[in-house]
Write a protein that binds this ligand. Sequence first.
Ligand SMILES: [Zn+2]
Length: 107
Amino acid sequence: MMPPYPISCYTRGCKNLAAYKIAALWSDGQTQELKTYGLCCQDCLENWFRHSRRKQHDCRLTVNETLEPPGIYALERGERDQQLRRLEDLEKSLGESAPQELGLRNA
Ligand SMILES: [Zn+2]
């Protein structure tokens, strides 16, 4: 459960309040939970999201464990994890296309 007070962005030196939560659904086949990678503000979102996606690839899992690619959730104060709204459009716009690929497509 998210604490009912404002949370700061996890980026060192950033003074903004966190507006997003980067998290991935983890399961061992019986229980599942949202594994949090970071909480961040709008400015830092792109970095955190890319960083989390890279980290997910490094994650070692046992046979029964599954871990979905990290997603972006709207951070609402006092909400339970299950109630967090997933922002899939934002994931798509930040996720798949690297800047150089966009450059190529426009050329
Ligand atoms: Zn920030």
